[in-house]
Design a protein around this ligand. Structure first.
Ligand code: ATP
Ligand code: MG
Length: 412
């Protein structure tokens, strides 16, 4: 009798030459972490795919959608696993096409990964095709661009048969590109930019600036909800929280009104860079989009960017809000981001923020308060929340400084 399995296809990993085995290993580990709630029995490589088997019936079907969301997964196929008996795999082909959904035209695409099987791919196409024509007499065979394709893959003693196959999120497995610190608010944009870097194989380490103690801590909980919504497929192992309210107050008293936001951001970038050093992260990521709000003009981006030496990535810089919203909906963060919560963005905001800051005025304002001491203070009092993941490695330095702050681990 056929059992249900998932076949994971990956593209870009295959391009990585000698690194291929290493990348496949990371992807298999990440799939295992993403499927921790399922009764996974094995995750192994077979013939250019990763095969995931389950010990309980119905689990392959349920796990299917989750696997599509794992970075590095180009495609997932829900297959029947049979032996090499023609009656078995032909029966599986009928079932596979039956569960495909609406179609008018179809074809069979057979492939053998070893040539000891007596039938060639062409023979297999014909054999399975005949059975399908009998089972679906009102449907047509069409070799070019059919609605449905029934794949028959012969690998050693097994045959995998599938028609249901969907595109995954693509990209590279997380952990293959190192760490990045992401500036994560509870707004719509930064969860998307965080996700985008995760999809390119990075391990995001979010830093959230809260308005606490001048505001409530609601935004901190929303940020945790965002991390949980992305997981367990997208892995985030730690979120840093910086209570920023008192420092913002100090800045708002010391600096000209119109330049406050730029001062807040220079502090945020500086603290993020320090956390990046502690974490061994190689870049900062923000959700900025050119011209979207006052602080995101070219002049203002430059006035903020100059305080850090490491690269700052802005994957959404050229995106329209509607595109970002659609992505936020598809990754499951939009509904959380639209819950209103005061954070440092809403605190001590000037009526008319500067939109085209002049650097000399910015430097003057920067020297109106002890920014070095402020950055030092914020780094020293940073808090963090840990989540269970397989690909995040904790830095030693911070746990030495902050053993007392380390909270209980939370399930992602
Ligand atoms: P978002 O929807 O991501 O909050 P936004 O359109 O509201 O973005 P801004 O508030 O100007 O724009 O923020 C620009 C970027 O600065 C954000 O995308 C995020 O990367 C970072 N940022 C803003 N507020 C915070 C915060 N409270 N904590 C951490 N990073 C923040
Ligand atoms: Mg915001």
């Amino acid at each position: 009798m056929a059992s249900r399995v998932c076949l994971v296809h990956y593209h870009e990993i295959g391009l990585k030459g000698k690194n291929r085995a290493h990348f496949e290993r990371i992807l298999m580990d990440n799939l295992k972490a993403a499927l921790a709630a399922f009764s996974v029995s094995t995750i192994v490589r077979i013939s250019g795919h990763i095969l995931v088997t389950f010990s309980e019936a119905g689990q392959a079907e349920e796990a299917f959608d989750h696997m599509l969301r794992v970075p590095g997964v180009a495609r997932v196929s829900l297959a029947f696993h049979t032996n090499r008996e023609p009656a078995e795999y032909c029966d599986a082909a009928v079932k596979a096409l039956g569960e495909f959904g609406e179609f008018q035209t179809f074809k069979v695409a057979a492939r053998r990964s070893n040539t000891d099987y007596p039938l060639t791919s062409i023979d297999l196409n014909r054999q399975v095709g005949e059975v399908l024509c009998e089972a679906f007499p009102d449907k047509k065979v069409q070799m070019h661009d059919p609605d449905a394709t029934v794949h028959v893959l012969v690998v050693q003693g097994s045959v995998y048969v599938y028609a249901k196959s969907e595109r995954g999120c693509g990209g590279l497995p997380q952990g293959s590109a190192g760490k990045v610190v992401t500036l994560l608010s509870s707004g719509i944009d930064s969860p998307v930019s965080t996700w985008m870097l995760a999809r390119r194989g990075a391990v995001p380490v979010p830093v959230h600036f809260s308005g606490r103690p001048q505001t409530a801590d609601t935004s901190e909980y929303l940020v945790q909800d965002i991390v949980r919504a992305l997981g367990p497929e997208v892995q985030i192992g730690r979120v840093y929280v910086v209570p920023f309210g008192d420092c913002q107050r100090e800045i708002s008293i010391a600096c000209p009104n119109a330049l406050r936001v730029i001062m807040y951001r220079r502090i945020m970038y500086s603290v993020a860079e320090r956390i990046a050093q502690i974490e061994g992260a190689k870049a900062i990521v923000t959700g900025e989009s050119l011209g979207q709000v006052a602080s995101q003009t070219l002049e203002n981006i430059m006035a903020v960017n100059e305080v850090v030496d490491i690269p700052v990535f802005r994957p959404l810089i050229g995106s329209d809000k509607q595109e970002i919203i659609e992505r936020a909906q598809s990754i499951g963060t939009f509904d959380i981001s639209t819950q209103s919560a005061p954070d440092c963005c809403t605190l001590f905001m000037p009526k008319r923020p500067e939109t085209h800051a002049r650097l000399d005025a910015v430097h003057e304002a920067w020297d109106m308060f002890d920014h070095e001491a402020m950055i030092e203070h914020l780094v020293k009092h940073v808090e963090y929340i840990d989540f269970k993941t397989s690909c995040y490695r904790r830095p030693k330095e911070l746990s030495q400084i902050h053993t007392s702050l380390a909270p209980a681990e939370q399930a992602c």
